[in-house]
Design a binder for this molecule. Structure first.
Ligand code: FPP
Ligand code: MG
Ligand code: MG
Length: 327
């Protein structure tokens, strides 16, 4: 076990070095802007930090094939993070969000039109970067972009008549978040020439852990006061998530008051705060947590299909981290 431990520590150090290189590449991207205003607005959310979950996934899975390529893995990580940040610029306009990564959202700082344009610019830079990796990467990037948009559109339209609200939500989450996290896991492995079997297992794993990641994130919208985002944004915008869907399905009449609060107008800060407090104390929070844990364990099962080693063990630790965010 001491040998395994040393191997794991060396692996973490390698991933840390790769992420440092990714940071340098991300900073260099904004310098390619044609004017300083665009550069500043593009740097705004990138420089605010973030977990860099997708780049980390790329760095880890880039060690699962026979020909690791550090530079290619760094570029793939830049592509997925730029795509993610681009989608956040647009998402915060649509969600009318004031805060992102602990700083004013781009729409709050520069207005909606600029936020949309900068999101487009970031996506354009991602496209430029992915071109250096070849056609297979470009095609997957394009298809992933389409899935992100489809998930977002489905969220905006809501469940259609006769369709199950929980299935609709899980489908939305798979599209708007699962798809890019799946592609991150696959991209890393592709840069190292991994086998079809490894790529398929990583696609399954990435989608499943990506869904868990968003479910945990949605729970934090309710539970956390220091997530870098304003708590209760989903509630205020009328976006249903795992706990509120569980609440809607509850037949307990003790839940009726909270149900009607959530269905009502939450524009007033005091009303929102009261609703949030009631929801935090409701039984659905523990039920949602249990569901998240169970889904993370299912994702972890995919790792049995991967070669034993430090990279696969790192993916297993990642499952624990995604779950513990929501505790
Ligand atoms: C966050 O969800 C939003 C996403 C994960 C992506 C949404 C997709 C788009 C806006 C379309 C893609 C556009 C480009 C340019 C690639 P959330 O609102 O639930 O999460 P939050 O709490 O972090 O705001
Ligand atoms: Mg949002
Ligand atoms: Mg959104």
């Amino acid at each position: 076990t001491t040998l395994t431990q040393a191997e794991d520590e060396a692996f973490e150090a390698y991933v840390g070095d790769q992420l440092d290189a990714v940071e340098r590449r991300l900073s260099a991207i904004t310098l390619t802007a044609a004017n300083p205003f665009l550069a500043e607005a593009a740097e705004h959310i990138i420089a605010a930090g973030g977990k860099r979950f997708r780049p980390m996934l790329v760095a880890v899975t880039s060690q699962l094939g026979p020909q690791p390529n550090d530079a290619a893995a760094q570029i793939a990580a830049v592509v997925v993070e730029l795509t993610h940040v681009a989608s956040l610029y647009h998402d915060d306009v649509m969600d009318d969000a004031a805060l992102r990564r602990g700083v004013p959202s781009a729409n709050a700082a520069y207005g909606n039109s600029t936020a949309i344009m900068v999101g487009d610019w970031l996506f354009a830079r991602a496209s430029n970067q992915v071109a250096t990796l070849g056609n297979d990467f470009v095609r997957m990037q394009a298809d992933t972009f389409a899935e992100l948009v489809t998930g977002q559109i489905d969220e905006m339209r809501g469940p259609q008549p006769g369709h199950d609200a929980m299935l609709h939500y899980l489908n939305v989450v798979a599209g708007k978040t699962g798809a890019l996290i799946r592609t991150s896991a696959v991209f890393g492995a592709m840069t190292s020439g991994a086998s079809r079997e490894v790529l398929d297992a990583l696609a399954q794993f990435g989608m499943q852990i990506g869904v868990v990641f968003q479910l945990a994130d949605d729970l934090m919208d309710i539970m956390s006061d220091d997530s870098g985002k304003a708590p209760g944004t989903d509630l205020r915008e009328g976006v249903s998530t795992l706990p509120t869907l569980m609440l809607a399905a509850s037949e307990d009449s003790d839940d009726d008051e909270l149900k009607s609060l959530i269905a009502g107008d939450l524009a007033d800060d005091d009303v929102l705060a009261r609703t949030l407090a009631m929801l935090r104390a409701n039984h659905v929070i523990e039920e949602a947590r249990a569901d998240i844990v169970q889904r993370a364990e299912l994702a972890r099962k995919q790792l049995d299909l991967l070669p034993d080693g430090a990279a696969t063990r790192a993916l297993s630790r990642l499952c624990d981290e995604v779950v513990s965010r929501s505790n």
